[in-house]
Design a protein around this ligand. Structure first.
Ligand SMILES: C[S@@+](CC[C@H](N)C(=O)[O-])C[C@H]1O[C@@H](n2cnc3c(N)ncnc32)[C@H](O)[C@@H]1O
Length: 292
């Protein structure tokens, strides 16, 4: 079978199996391309239709083995191929951390303009998981010092692998902490993609999410526990003109309803996604008592 034909066939099987997307792709065809290109190590810039070469028997067996796991185990492709792409950069991915997919990638590619006039020198990626946000920033901003912080030792192990993958050991530090506990640095930019799924909704998530660490998803009864803790504390770890950018996803509505007088700046995205807010240190201080 030709590679391109295999991709189309696989996409049809994914569609029939009613898989859940959203762990790096948004539809069955892209999901099939992701699996096939990754396992065969094909450059993503090669158009599918130009892949007329026939699969070898070994290649076919390799692809079939993982395609079947995608369908029967509902395991996301990133965990099958151990690779995810974020803001244009490759990262190691496995079950130790959530699969990178935040719309914050788009802010990174735009260097956070117009929120920032120039690259921040000192950045905290809070709740970093495998480190994709902070490391993509370090790759774009060659003068930035970056701290990757997470409470999970397993996630930080993966993050360190990614630091080494990109040769960033000199500019990136890791910190294992419950949010800001024990930190004594101030940052120009804090970026956070914390857990924000309400405990009661976790069981309703598609099976694909069950392969990711619960710690990366659940945040108390309302989903707001960790975002509110970050809003309360962040001002103490920002420089005077510092900014917090935080994803709260679909919990944005609950946050706005609970804090109607806080002027959250909800960022807009050209490539999809929402629920990412920005607040200055000054605003975080002004509204601090509301975050209790
Ligand atoms: C939604 S994941 C985000 C991972 C990564 N930033 C990304 O965008 O792919 C949330 C992360 O928050 C971490 N986390 C959960 N509770 C935490 C806490 N109290 N302090 C620090 N990190 C926490 C989890 O271990 C997980 O890695």
């Amino acid at each position: 079978m030709q590679i391109s034909a295999y991709i189309h066939d696989l996409a049809a099987r994914f569609e029939a199996a009613r898989l859940c997307y959203g762990h790096g792709t948004a539809n069955p065809f892209d999901e099939a391309v992701y699996l096939v290109y990754s396992l065969l190590e094909i450059d993503f810039h090669v158009a599918c239709d130009s892949l007329n070469r026939k699969l070898s028997e070994t290649e076919f067996d390799l692809l079939e083995g993982q395609a079947r796991r995608r369908i029967s185990e509902r395991r996301p492709v990133a965990y099958l191929v151990n690779r995810a792409w974020f803001a244009g950069f490759p990262f190691n991915a496995d079950e130790r951390a959530l699969i990178p997919r935040s719309p914050i990638a788009e802010l990174i590619v735009k260097d956070f303009a117009p929120l920032l006039k120039s690259p921040a020198q000192n950045v905290l990626d809070l709740c970093c998981g495998g480190g994709c946000i902070g490391l993509a920033l370090a790759l774009r901003w060659p003068h930035a010092q970056v701290m990757l912080a997470d409470v999970s030792a397993q996630s930080l192990d993966l993050a360190w692998e990614n630091v080494r993958l990109h040769g960033l050991q000199q500019r990136v530090k890791l910190c294992q902490a419950d949010l800001f506990a024990g930190m004594d640095t101030r940052f120009e930019l804090i970026v956070a993609n914390p857990p924000y799924v309400p405990e009661s909704e976790y069981a309703e998530l598609a099976a694909e999410f069950g392969h990711e660490p619960r710690l990366g998803l659940i945040s108390g009864n309302s989903g707001l526990d960790i975002p509110l803790r970050i809003l309360r504390a962040a001002a103490d770890f920002l420089t005077d003109r510092g900014i917090l950018v935080m994803e709260v996803g679909y919990t944005a509505a609950a946050l706005s309803a609970r804090l109607p007088d806080v002027p959250f700046l909800w960022l807009q995205f050209d490539h999809g996604g929402d629920g990412v807010l920005a607040l200055s240190r000054e605003q975080l201080l002004r509204y601090r008592d509301r975050f209790n």
